[in-house]
Design a protein around this ligand. Structure first.
Ligand code: GLA
Length: 380
């Protein structure tokens, strides 16, 4: 990559930043309800090489897109149309908005996180670039700060109303650990992933365009249910504060859709807490059962699955060595996450690909991923 940087910019790179994609083990569609999530950064990563300039111009070459963005830091404002440029300019804009005066730079960017696959390719780009731009401008930020600023870029520059999970996982991951995150207090605990298990992500090959609009619709459905419940229970700040007892007692106030959406949030939060306990006790079969339960809840109550993801989960249930599987990320396509016996990991990946191809005629990828470090910046 150093060679391509030199070929492109006719100078040497001075720093390297990298940030992982993420796989979420449990806690889906809970982050924007101030609930709990249990993701890990993975070893599919975005890498940037950079060298600061003496002016306020930034040139970012994307190896994946094969295009270069050239922009002045003085001209940054969110564009109406969101393209790859928004994802690479947003981090610079967000840093500047936070009052960090940046320097210009030449940047080469490359990523092996599959785009649109529910593994947070966009968060890894934004986290990687916030880390890089802070470093080339002499700004020192904690990993949490990097995540917060990267999310600001996604929310306001890319117009995506996402929660905080992806950026936190990408920035704050730790090798061989999953991150238990309380999305209200932002308290974080790194929980070792038992050595007897491995994680396989399996791509449905489906990229559903409706993911964005349905994501906002779920937020609205939950908000409308919460408004009704709050009239009777003013202490309910967010869906995270609900219990099954209150939800059952007040069921008559809610439409069936509102009830089911909120039931997912309550049961999913419980599953995260149970998963942490299962991991700590080495109960990997118990952890696996929580993944199956999560998928049922996401498909039935939250309705963010699709036929292809359901099929991949159904197939996984018949593959030897799979402890649990479910969709990961926002849903409507992308990848499933499979918790598998470590000794069977590569066989499971091969079996999933074969059987999915046999059922659908579609040959996609299944990959063993390792829980990895968060954002890492080094001087070259
Ligand atoms: C997307 C969002 C996250 C989270 C998940 C669903 O990945 O970016 O904030 O809401 O969907 O759990």
């Amino acid at each position: 990559m150093n060679d391509s940087f030199e070929a492109h910019f006719h100078r040497r790179a001075e720093l390297r930043s990298s940030a992982g994609g993420r796989v979420n083990l449990l806690g889906e569609h809970t982050d924007y309800h101030e609930g709990f999530v249990f993701p890990a950064a993975i070893d599919l990563r975005t890498v940037a090489l950079a060298a600061p300039r003496g002016d306020r111009r930034v040139r970012i070459r994307s190896e994946n897109v094969g295009d270069t963005l050239e922009v002045s830091l003085d001209d940054l404002a969110p564009w109406e149309e969101v393209t790859w440029r928004s994802y690479v300019a947003g981090p610079l804009w967000a840093l500047e908005r936070e009052g960090h005066g940046l320097r210009g730079a030449d940047v080469l960017l490359t990523s092996n996180v599959p785009f649109g696959g529910g593994l947070s390719s966009s968060a890894s780009v934004q986290v990687c670039l916030v880390g890089a731009a802070a470093a080339w401008s002499g700004v020192s930020l904690s990993a949490q700060e990097v995540a917060r600023i990267a999310r600001k870029a996604e929310n306001w520059f890319c117009h995506v109303p996402c929660g905080v999970m992806d950026q936190m996982a990408s920035a704050c991951g730790r090798a061989d650990h999953a991150i238990l995150l309380d999305c209200r207090s932002m308290a974080m605990e790194a929980v070792p992933v038992p050595a007897s298990v491995a994680i396989v992500v399996a791509d449905s090959g489906v990229r559903h365009a409706l993911a964005g609009s349905e994501y906002e619709k779920r937020q609205a459905e939950c908000a409308s249910g919460m408004r009704k419940l709050r009239a009777r229970h003013p202490g309910l700040k967010a869906a995270r504060d609900l219990t099954m007892d209150v939800l059952e007692a007040e069921r008559a106030l809610l439409t069936d859709v509102e009830y089911r959406r909120l039931r997912h949030v309550v049961t999913e939060d419980d599953r995260v807490i149970e998963a942490r306990k299962a991991f700590s006790e080495g109960d990997v079969a118990g952890a696996g059962r929580l993944l199956w339960g999560s998928h049922r809840s996401l498909a039935g109550d939250y309705e963010v699955s699709c036929a292809e993801l359901d099929l991949l989960v159904e197939i996984a249930a018949g593959v030897r060595g799979v402890l649990g599987a479910r969709l990961t990320g926002a849903g409507f396509g992308g990848n499933t996450v499979n918790l598998v016996e470590a000794a069977r990991a590569s066989d499971v990946a091969a079996d999933l690909v074969e059987r999915y191809a046999a059922r659908t005629g579609r040959r996609t990828a299944a990959t063993v991923v390792r829980p990895s470090a968060g954002v890492e910046v080094t001087r070259l």
